[in-house]
Design a protein around this ligand. Sequence first.
Ligand code: BES
Ligand code: MN
Ligand code: ZN
Length: 488
Amino acid sequence: MIDVKFAAPSLPQDGALGLLMAEGEGLTGLAAKADEATGGAIARAIAAAEFTGKEGSSVTILAPGANFGRVVVAGLGKMADLTDRKLEEAGGALAVGLARAPAAAIAADALTPGRAALLGYGAVLRSYRFDVYRTKQKPEDLPKLASLSILTEHPETATGSYAPLQAAARGAYLARDLASEPANVLTPAEMARRLGTLTEHGLKVEVLGPEELGKLGFGAMLGVAQGSHNPPRMVILRWDGGKNGEAPLAFIGKGVTFDTGGISIKPAGGMEDMKWDMAGAAAVAGLMTTLALRRARVNAVGLVGLVENMPGGNAQRPGDVVKSHSGQTIEVLNTDAEGRLVLADVLWYAQAKFEPKLMVDLATLTGAIIVGLGHEHAGLFSNDDNLAGRLLEAGLASGEKLWRLPMGPEYDKQLKSDIADMKNITGRPGSSITAAQFLARFVNGKPWAHLDIAGTAWATKDLPTVPKGATAFGVRLLDRFVAASYEG
Ligand code: BES
Ligand code: MN
Ligand code: ZN
């Protein structure tokens, strides 16, 4: 992770420099001084590039003078419309432009220290890489940027603002690392082992294996697991930073380390994407890590159900009936609708064991949510308007946007089974909603929200603060949600 530092705003005379420019305002402050130092070369290059400071745009100028190797100017859009999110995105753009320099500075003298910190946050988020399995990388092909100084009037204040952001970035890095691992490496047991190491940040970690899950009556989750040689785990992460005895917030993640579909097997094309099917669990781990790293004044518990959905000789069959931890029976008509089976048991356990204030689950649950919302919003489903509203707000603030979909008895009715309490699939119409209705049967009336992140868990192209690959969607959103609503 890039080392981000904050320093007083004096203009460096050489090296790599990042500048900001608002639309219609030209170069001001340190940026104007840098331009002067280069004899106006920066302004001339900007004009030649027809760069006007539009948000999302940037221009790179090589060797403009005064010993600067590279100057990158990022557009902020209109100053009056500037948001925190746009600053993160500008930080991301500068990190890309400055990546070839081992050390760089960014002039943030026109910003409040809190906003200067957001530049560092965006830069770090955008600079993530997963290089574990590359053995032939040449140094000249790798980014060099290791240290970034952000120049601001109040470096101490900015340093203070940056600390919780860095915690969120570290949580997001963990979630991306976990989600990026291939499924032959990241089995349920291996993921549980890695989550076990989070005790180093002050989390309490408990791991339950198949025997314990059997004793608890996790029939729905174990039905999914039984087709794989890799045994399941449930991991419970606790962060007790709030008042002693106060009910925790509960975050629940779908952790299907690979989803072949089971006997209802998926087509070959694109099946490799199902290594991401544990992204919900990865986000929960990232969130809990963030809360611990920034010593959040809240009690929280994260629970992840880790299984592999395989079509082995002992796999469950379409038509099997399983008994869930709640006691309710489920007719498994499609073994590919496995996420809801895992979550059914973990959700019920979470509410019964921890009596949480609320529960939020994250799951790459349905392909249908991608049809409905594409990759721009995750689906939000909730039995609580207040909770839903606060999540929607945190989504806008963090850039991890949600869109609420309806629920209701008409949808719930479709889960009726001929021989059990419910079946695990419905027809295609509204099938992200009916999946949420299924989950609702396992929350026992507790305030609950379900985030269907199937369309947002990984990116197929580079985004302003997320390189192509695992996004860690949910970490920044829920960190924001917790900070805004529960630490006041
Ligand atoms: N993990 C998938 C959902 C998914 C699909 C996530 C594409 C990301 C991209 C889930 O377990 C699944 O297979 N859902 C089925 C449900 C169906 C069988 C009712 C689906 O969406 O097709
Ligand atoms: Mn599936
Ligand atoms: Zn799945």
